[in-house]
Design a protein around this ligand. Structure first.
Ligand SMILES: *Cc1c(COP(=O)(O)O)cnc(C)c1O
Length: 397
């Protein structure tokens, strides 16, 4: 029995042509026509999808989404005296860049509508951090040798847009920038605006299991082109303008290769299709679970939300199902060589973040306990769906 993956790469067909072209023209480097073309494709996509506002987007193609978030924090001047407010319910790619800068993390809880950053908990965190003596650059002096609250980092989990209206209101009120983790949300929208266009800067990921992939890769996007120019500079070892190698600051080797960007150009041609396919998967699961007591799905709260449904995720309440838990389903699937995965384990519960501050009541802990991601690839076949629903039938019917 072949393995059914949670989310596997799905090529459109044209990727290989862009890669071949790179070979034929000898653009085998972290620069070239594919890198430029891929960046343009991403910028245009986010612009076209954002019908509500007139925005111009610039993009820097990088080696990973984690690298994109790291550069965003570097450009904001994040250092060891600072603190960053981060959604706890996420993948370590969101939080690790804060650690690279040696800043503290204030973890915040999720709310139940979207499973993302709870705006009330963000307010609570800000007021506590200000009381502790943290400042806000250009607004509030810091005290007691502490630094600034550098950024607020929301995530659009599994493609579901976070409550950006409320979060932007907080960001504006206090003057703290938003660094948006849109790694899972390319193709998602909120209020007719594309995810990736809300933050001062935003990160995308093209890792192997994301909605589109370049095998590994990421991008930083922003409506402020200075940040993107700076990101290109920093991601190529911060070379000053001189005939020799001259450096007046520390750079990084984070630029995307022209080969990999060729895969990205092909993938951008099918991105809209991929979103539609994943939304159809979600609909199929939704219909299946409609009449099953104790199982609910991560759902768009209202018509202002448009999720790419990168992964379809369910909550199983073992009390209402009569003892069937997320582990019952996960293990039964595993037996049939079908991959399912618990939701992200909140970062404040991770051994490496043992003593971190957490603001909230533990909503994300409960989601983790009862939540499961189901196979959601855009290339799932009818046979594979049959195998998946057979397992579910054996449990629920
Ligand atoms: C995938 C992912 C990242 C990091 O992306 P990489 O390209 O794998 O470095 C960051 N945040 C979230 C929420 C992700 O899912």
């Amino acid at each position: 029995m072949d393995k059914i993956w949670l989310s596997s790469p799905h090529m459109g067909g044209n990727e290989i042509n862009y890669v071949n072209e790179a070979f034929q023209t000898n653009w085998i480097a972290p620069l070239g026509p594919n890198v430029n073309g891929f960046e343009e494709d991403i910028s245009n996509f986010i612009k076209v999808e954002s019908t509500e506002t007139q925005i111009n987007i610039s993009t820097a193609a990088l080696t990973s989404g984690t690298a994109a978030l790291h550069l965003a924090l570097v450009m904001l001047g994040t250092n060891e005296n600072d603190v960053v407010i981060v959604q706890s319910f996420t993948f370590c790619g969101t939080t690790n860049p804060v650690e690279y800068q040696k800043a503290k993390i204030a973890f915040v809880d999720s709310e139940l509508d979207t499973w993302n950053m709870d705006p009330n908990c963000v307010r609570e965190a800000i007021s506590d951090l200000l009381n502790m003596g943290y400042g806000i650059e250009g607004k509030v002096e810091s005290k007691l040798g502490l630094g600034y609250i550098r950024a607020i980092m929301p995530v659009h989990l599994y493609g579901m847009p976070a409550k950006m209206n409320e979060l932007i209101a907080i960001s504006t009120e206090f003057g703290i920038p938003i660094v948006e983790d849109a790694a899972e949300a390319l193709g998602s929208r909120y209020n007719n605006q594309a995810c990736g266009s809300f933050g001062l800067m935003a990160a995308l990921s093209f890792n192997g299991n994301k909605i589109i992939t370049t095998s590994g890769g990421g991008a930083l996007v922003s409506s402020q082109s200075e940040f993107i120019e700076k990101a290109r500079f920093l991601s190529t070892q911060a070379r000053d303008n001189a005939p020799h190698y001259q450096h007046s600051q520390i750079g990084y080797n984070y630029r995307m290769s022209n080969i990999v960007a060729g895969i990205g150009r092909g993938q951008m041609e099918v991105l809209k299709q991929r979103v539609e396919q994943r939304r159809l998967n979600n609909l199929r699961y939704k219909e299946y679970f409609q009449n099953i007591e104790g199982v609910s799905l991560q759902t768009e709260p209202d018509s202002n939300y448009y999720s790419n449904f990168w992964l379809t995720s369910i909550l199983i309440d073992p009390i209402k199902t009569g003892g069937i838990s997320r582990e019952t389903v996960r293990l039964a699937m595993e037996k049939q060589n079908i991959e399912c995965r618990p939701l992200w384990k909140p970062m404040h519960m991770q051994p490496v973040y043992d003593r971190a501050n957490f603001y909230g009541s533990g909503v994300c802990e409960k989601l983790f306990e009862n939540g499961l991601c189901l196979p959601s690839g855009s290339n799932l076949s009818e046979d594979e769906f049959k195998r998946i629903f057979d397992v579910l039938d054996s449990i629920f019917k």
